[in-house]
Write a protein that binds this ligand. Structure first.
Ligand code: ADP
Length: 282
């Protein structure tokens, strides 16, 4: 079970008003919605040891077995309390992915100190828009929801990080991985949670002030796994005619810039198009 006391620093530092840790739930995003429905205002971090109905985008399911991951949601009822022209929840998804990728990379450098160089090749990257990937497989998925309740907009960021699985069911084994499978280490989940929330909070506030993602686009692009690689774009009505494209980075509104073989650039909005590498998932 997650040690709630080890997370108190988050409440002490004003990063979250409440922490709720439960053994089992359908989905931590749903607990966040129940809190909102009960009139809660402020920020809350909800963590479950196991989710029985974890969700990805477009109603897809997210496997969240007991004790093997960080299944959590961060609720903020204040960040977007008034409708803001600049505020785009898709940007928060990108900031959450960046927070997780940076956290696990920094954590790995700190725990690997003193180990052989070849053991430190772990590197988490970001598959635009919402996955954190290691060695071509998904380590983390993110689901951001903007929920309106009594004319008030609240943000819920659901984050699932595979920390301790030693195997995956057959339907996931070619595209999912865990921190343990990649490093042989069971990470201290409380440390990862703390650092992800600290980063996410800082990034969200900076985004709100700046009204754009320009302040992180270099960092994001450096971690984007498909940057300057060929990608295949698929929309609801089929593959793009000019496939493959080169991914060139994100715009200040979080769209993906792609370039076709004739040098023509265009930007792709998340949710409308799926991006795959030339050889499968990444
Ligand atoms: P994508 O962005 O890849 O389309 P989502 O972000 O919507 O996918 O996440 C849901 C998908 O992730 C599922 O359809 C499944 O393929 C995969 N998946 C489910 N659980 C896990 C997990 N614990 N780790 C990695 N991948 C998972």
């Amino acid at each position: 079970m997650i040690d709630e006391n080890a997370l108190r620093i988050l409440t002490d530092a004003g990063m979250t008003d409440r922490i709720i840790a439960v053994e089992e739930t359908g989905s931590t995003n749903d607990i966040a919605k129940q809190l909102m429905a009960g009139g809660f205002t402020g920020t809350a971090l909800i963590i479950a040891e196991c989710q029985t109905a974890g969700r990805g985008r477009l109603g897809r399911s997210w496997a969240s077995p007991a004790g093997t991951g960080i299944w959590m949601s961060y609720l903020d009822t204040e960040l977007v309390s008034t409708p803001s022209e600049h505020f785009n929840p898709a940007c928060i998804t990108l900031l959450a992915g960046l927070s997780v990728a940076e956290t696990v990379n920094e954590y790995t450098s700190s725990v690997m100190t003193g180990r052989k160089a070849e053991d430190t090749l772990f590197h988490a990257g970001i598959k635009w828009p919402n996955d954190v990937v290691v060695n071509g497989k998904k380590l983390c998925g993110i689901l951001t929801e903007l929920v309106t309740e009594a004319d008030k907009n609240s943000l819920i960021v659901g984050i699932g990080i595979n920390t301790g699985q030693n195997s995956f069911p057959p339907e996931l084994s070619d595209k999912a991985t865990s921190y343990y499978l990649e490093t042989g280490i069971f990470p201290e989940r409380e440390i990862i949670i703390r650092r992800v929330i600290e980063k996410l909070r800082d990034y969200c506030i900076s985004y709100k002030i700046a009204g754009s993602l320009s302040f992180v686009s270099d960092r994001y692009n450096r971690l984007m796994i498909s940057k300057d690689k060929e990608v295949v774009l698929t929309a609801a009505n089929g593959e793009f005619a000019d496939n493959p494209y080169f991914a060139r980075g994100i715009t200040e509104t979080g769209d993906l810039i792609v370039e076709n073989r004739y040098g023509k650039m265009q930007s792709i909005r998340s949710g409308e198009v799926s991006v795959r590498g030339m050889l499968g998932y990444v």
